[in-house]
Design a protein around this ligand. Structure first.
Ligand code: SAH
Length: 233
C-alpha cells in the first residue's frame, strides 16, 4: 500500500515512521510513505501556498491551486482503490472502522492543512473526504496524517506479528481490549488475577471478555450501547 502525504513541512515526517511495526513494514516494502512538498506546485518567486481569507479575519488560508496541481500530478488519472483525504477539524471522525476501510485501498493521499485552514473548494471538489482525528484543533494536518498512517499501516496483512492481535484489540469488537498483566505475578503486593495464572483457556477467555466489558462500562459506556453482547469465537 502507498501513502502520499502532501505537506508544507516535509521534514516533519523524518521520525515517526522509523520505529516499531510500521517502520518494519516500510523496510519490508509492505507499506510505502511518499512525502510531497506542496511548494513544488507553487510557481511564483516565493513559492506562495497561502493567502489572506476573503471577507477578512485572522491568519492565512492554503490556496486551492497548489493542492489541486499536487494531487493531479501525483495521480494524473484517478483509479479505483485510491482515496484522497483532506485533514480537517471539520471532517468525519477517524476511527478503527475507517482505518480498516482505508487498509483495503491501494493508495491513499492525505493533504495536510495548515494556518487557518484550506480553501473550501479543496474539500468540495478535490478530496473524497475530510477527516478529523478528534474534536480538538491541531496546528496542522501532519500529526493527523501520521496518526492515520500508523493506524492503517499496522492493519496491513503481515505487519503485526500475529494477525489475531488486531482482531482482539480495543474497538475491533466494539468494546475496549481486556486489561493485561505480565511477570511478576506479585508486584509490590499488587497481584495478578488468580485465574490468569491457572491455564484454563476457556475460563480465561470468558473472564477476559467479562473484564473487557467491565472496563468498557467504566471508561467508555458510550461504546457498550453499540457493542454486541455475544461472546466472539
Ligand atoms: N480554522 C480551522 C482549524 C485550522 S487548524 C477550524 O477551526 O476548523 C490547521 C489545519 O490543521 C487544518 O486545516 C487541518 O488540516 C489540521 N487539523 C486541525 N485539527 C485537526 C483535527 N482534529 N484533525 C485533523 N486535522 C486537523
Amino acid at each position: 500500500m502507498i501513502f502520499h502525504l502532501v505537506t508544507i513541512f516535509p521534514e516533519f515526517f523524518r521520525g515517526p515512521f522509523e520505529c516499531g511495526v510500521v517502520g518494519k513494514a516500510i523496510q519490508a516494502g509492505k507499506l510505502q510513505v511518499r512525502i510531497h512538498n506542496l511548494r513544488d506546485w507553487a510557481f511564483d518567486r516565493h513559492k506562495t501556498v497561502d493567502d489572506r481569507p476573503f471577507g477578512g479575519g485572522e491568519g492565512m488560508v492554503l490556496k486551492p491551486e497548489p493542492l489541486f496541481l499536487a494531487a493531479e500530478s501525483i495521480w494524473p488519472q484517478r483509479k479505483p482503490g485510491q482515496k484522497l483525504l483532506l485533514t480537517s477539524a471539520q471532517g468525519r471522525l477517524f476511527d478503527q472502522a475507517m482505518a480498516r476501510e482505508l487498509a483495503t485501498m491501494d493508495e491513499v493521499m492525505i493533504l495536510c492543512g495548515r494556518y487557518e485552514g484550506v480553501d473550501e473548494r479543496v474539500a468540495e471538489h478535490l478530496a473524497d473526504e475530510e477527516v478529523s482525528i478528534g474534536d480538538f484543533v491541531l496546528s496542522g494536518g501532519e500529526l493527523a496524517a501520521a496518526v492515520i498512517v500508523d493506524c492503517v499501516g499496522r492493519l496491513l496483512p503481515g505487519v503485526l506479528g500475529n494477525e489475531a492481535s488486531s482482531l482482539q484489540e480495543s474497538f475491533s469488537q466494539g468494546i475496549l481490549d481486556c486489561p493485561q498483566w505480565t511477570r511478576p505475578a506479585d508486584f509490590r503486593g499488587w497481584k495478578v488475577p488468580e485465574i490468569l495464572l491457572q491455564g484454563h483457556h476457556e475460563q480465561i477467555r470468558q473472564w477476559r471478555r467479562q473484564a473487557a466489558m467491565e472496563k468498557t462500562a467504566r471508561r467508555r459506556p458510550d461504546l457498550l450501547s453499540k457493542a454486541s453482547i455475544s461472546t466472539p469465537q
